[in-house]
Design a protein around this ligand. Structure first.
Ligand code: SF4
Ligand code: SF4
Length: 426
């Protein structure tokens, strides 16, 4: 029997196999690198307007709760603008010069067995490797486990329709993923890794020959269900531990690392490659793009008509968020761009009052009360939302998907979290 969790959505009919090889976006005209709009992270600029930069060059830093994390350019060009908001620097714009010039990279000069956990953490921090598939930076997730990790899970699942980059990456380069996992196991001081993959996924066929005779690895076949690739759902499926706070999965003493993060960690340690490119899924295609590229450039490359789009979504249709316009840049966690067209001229339906049908409760993997949290958020009762476990909401969007009243439940819960964290309560 396959491992699974309660709630969620069966979207197996809409999950597709990626189309062919991952391709690389041709040199885009420009990129925009900016601090996340979380009210916490600051951008410290290390370049001046007009200055030439190479691909893989550090151009500044994110100052994130005391941590200084370098920001790298994914293209060669010139700094054309320093972006400011309310008298503080929030990012930069780099115009490509088409040269493709790259900064010199230096990997770890020694045998990997000689790397201590601290050295690995330092390299991952300096290479700005994000923890894709879960919030935050990989070095911080490793440190948060305080050396007490009892189970290490490699997340090879991918259950959101329209997002196939992880599967494509593993199928193209499984050796790098497994080597990255071994490095991270060293950083976490664990001796065993459970690899979680959907039971019918091509990933199982690709990884099995590499791990079959290796006592470090065990394959856990999970049921194909959305959001099985979400960290809390995966921890529950594999270990039976249910967490009440999406922000602190390490309390389960499990460390979940996704396959792309493992591969990025290996490239950072061995070749010195910093994180400034992501695999973005568009329809059936997967494209390697520099972080900060305007969404319109990716859609044009994939021949997707965005002029007629009713809505462009940064991410998959369930977890993503609507773009303000087609020039919005990607960030280091962007895994897909989705486009919604008005069907037969019909507009996206308007929200109507909650009918208390209970469908949102039935599908919620976090076992909270989405309809109640949405209602309290609308009334600006953010403290009540906190009392009713809004922090366990992972933003999976299952509730939105099934709500017959088209209530934007996920957005309302996110709004409550943000408002409470910046103390504009009730
Ligand atoms: S699914 Fe929508 S209409 Fe039904 S209880 Fe939840 S919020 Fe209300
Ligand atoms: S309330 Fe949050 S966790 Fe529950 S279904 Fe909605 S988005 Fe997912």
């Amino acid at each position: 029997m396959a491992y699974t969790f309660s709630g969620g959505l069966d979207l197996s009919s809409s999950s597709r196999i990626p189309n062919g090889k991952i391709t690389k976006l041709p040199d885009p005209g420009r990129i925009v690198l900016r601090a996340p709009d979380d009210g916490v992270t600051l951008f410290e600029c290390a370049v001046s307007p007009g200055e030439a930069v190479a691909a893989y060059q550090s151009v500044g830093s994110f100052i994130d709760r005391g941590d200084v994390i370098p920001v790298y350019s994914g293209i060669a060009g010139r700094v054309s603008e320093i972006l400011t908001e309310k008298d503080r620097t929030v990012g930069i714009v780099i115009e490509s010069d088409g040269s493709g010039r790259r900064a010199e990279l230096a990997g770890f000069d020694g045998t990997l067995d000689g790397l201590s956990p601290e050295m690995i953490c330092d390299i991952l921090k300096n290479a700005a490797i994000p923890c894709r598939g879960s919030a935050g930076w990989i070095f911080r997730r490793i440190l948060a486990t305080e050396g007490k990790t009892s189970r290490f899970i490699l997340n090879c699942c991918e259950s959101e329709p329209g997002v196939t980059g992880r599967r494509a990456r593993i199928c193209e380069d499984p050796g790098t993923v497994i080597s990255g996992v071994k490095l991270l196991m060293r950083a976490l001081d664990v001796r065993r890794c459970e690899i979680a993959a959907e039971k019918d996924s091509p990933v199982c066929d690709v990884l099995l020959p590499l791990i079959r005779k290796d006592p470090l690895f065990e394959l856990r076949k999970v049921k194909r269900k959305y959001p099985q690739d979400e960290e809390l759902s995966l921890i529950y499926a594999v270990t039976g531990v249910r967490l009440s706070d999406a922000g602190h999965p390490e309390r389960s003493l499990c460390c979940v690392i996704d396959a792309e993060t493992a591969a990025a960690a290996y490239r950072a340690v061995v070749y010195g490659v910093p994180y400034c490119e992501t695999v973005v899924s568009v329809g059936d295609s997967n494209v390697i793009c520099p972080v900060g590229v305007p969404v319109s450039e990716i859609l044009d490359y994939c021949s997707v008509d965005h002029e007629r789009a009713e809505r462009i979504v940064l991410g998959g249709l369930l977890r993503g968020r609507a773009c303000k316009n087609a020039d919005e840049p990607t960030d280091n966690l962007t895994d897909a761009v989705s486009v919604i067209y008005a069907k037969d001229g019909k507009a996206i339906p308007e929200m109507s009052p909650c009918t208390h049908c209970g469908r949102c409760v039935a599908v919620c993997p976090s076992k909270i009360m989405p309809y109640y949290l949405a209602a309290m958020s609308m009334k600006k009762k953010y403290r009540v939302c906190a009392d009713y476990s809004m922090n366990a909401c992972t933003g999976c969007g299952c509730c939105d998907f099934v709500c017959p009243a088209y209530i934007p439940i996920k957005k309302l819960i996110k709004q409550a979290k943000q408002r409470l964290s910046i103390n504009t309560e009730e």
